[in-house]
Design a binder for this molecule. Structure first.
Ligand code: AQP
Length: 327
């Protein structure tokens, strides 16, 4: 069985982009893969976090993992900081990467733009992400399109180390959805849907009330030519709505367009409101039951033990290859 690894930051507001780009794949893959799903709290602190909120968000993401259908008997669910190999391997890989390649990362440029000085973690977190992946001899990494460059970096570092020290790491592949790989903001379809955007109507969070889902979709930015066509370059708003519709319903955009008898964008939006509310209803119901359960922390503790059991032999291999410690 191929091994899968991926993670989500516990930074609140898990949204449709996170779900359709990454989390939905997590559930599908556990049928025929060995899956490891992490809550990457060490990534979250690359920008300032309220400690109490961070702890709360860790459990929120864990409950969401279970609510969407990740089965802790099949898959490992754990918190990154509970397995020390992530930070240890992160340092080793930092010593095998270059500031030039890190400062060229699109996400670094976007997040550091216009600031005189930025936290070092913002520059080096793609290396920590490479460590997260390589620590488990991962074959497949299901992520959204925005992570493509970071997966390439993980591959480059793995190949670089393998060439220098002999076969040390498995070289992983990214896995991206056809529909959903890049969900755009509802208020500005030129930007990706994001947790940190100020406007709450730019995104649908998985736990949004039905009334909020309706409000955000009904006010989504479209265009004024009134044509129903999938054309992300010239019609980014309408194409984004069609893409979300397709990813949630399982129908292709072509099928949706062939079946529709909308009179205007309002009809498309109303239909999408219904599809979204229906898709999120069971997740919300499951979430509310799971979030208060005492079992949640036990599942994460058990997951950390299982993850550590896989990570330790890989760390031993790394220490031996690099000559670290006493052997
Ligand atoms: N808009 C998106 N469309 C498709 N996939 C997306 N992902 C994020 N946004 C979209 C994917 O979700 C997974 C988890 O993301 P993350 O929590 O690690 O952090 P992120 O990419 O930084 O998420 P945000 O929402 O964009 O947060 P902020 O606003 O803090 O930057 C990843 O697989 C990601 O590709």
């Amino acid at each position: 069985m191929k091994r899968v690894f991926s993670g989500v930051q516990p930074t609140g507001n898990i949204h449709l982009g996170n779900y359709l780009g990454a989390l939905k794949q997590f559930v599908e893959l556990q049928q025929d893969h060995e899956c490891i799903y992490c809550i990457v709290d060490e990534h979250a602190i690359t920008v300032p976090q309220d400690p109490k909120e961070l702890r709360k968000h860790i459990l929120d993401v864990a409950a969401l993992y279970l609510a969407i259908g990740i089965d802790p008997k099949k898959s490992i669910i754990f918190v990154q900081s509970q397995v020390s190999g992530h930070a240890e391997l992160g340092w080793v890989l930092c010593c095998n990467s270059y500031t030039g390649e890190l400062s060229r990362m699109t996400q670094f440029k976007a997040k550091s733009g216009g600031q005189e000085s930025v936290g070092t973690g913002l520059l080096t977190y793609p290396v920590l992400m490479a460590a997260d992946i390589l620590l488990y001899d991962t074959d497949v990494v299901p992520v959204g399109n925005d992570q493509k460059q970071h997966i390439e970096l993980a591959r480059d570092i793995a190949i670089r180390v393998n060439n220098k020290y002999g076969k040390t790491f498995v070289v992983p592949d990214g896995r991206f959805m056809k529909a959903g790989a890049r969900i755009m903001a509802l208020d500005d379809p030129e930007q990706k849907m994001s947790k940190s955007a100020e406007n709450v109507h730019s995104r649908i969070s998985l736990l949004d009330e039905d009334s909020k889902i309706k409000k955000s979709i009904m006010r989504a930015t479209t265009d004024c030519d009134g044509e129903f066509r999938f054309d992300p370059v010239n019609k980014p708003g309408v194409s984004n709505l069609l893409n979300i519709y397709s990813a949630l319903s399982g129908k292709t955009v072509e099928e949706i367009l062939a079946e529709q008898n909308w009179r205007g964008y309002g009809d498309l939006k109303k239909e999408l409101v219904a599809v979204t509310q229906e898709a999120l209803a069971p997740i919300k119901q499951n979430y509310n039951e799971i979030r208060e359960s005492d079992e949640l922390k036990n599942i994460l503790r058990d997951g950390a033990e299982r993850a550590n059991a896989i990570a330790q032999p890989v760390m031993k291999r790394v220490r031996d290859k690099f000559g670290l410690g006493l052997g």
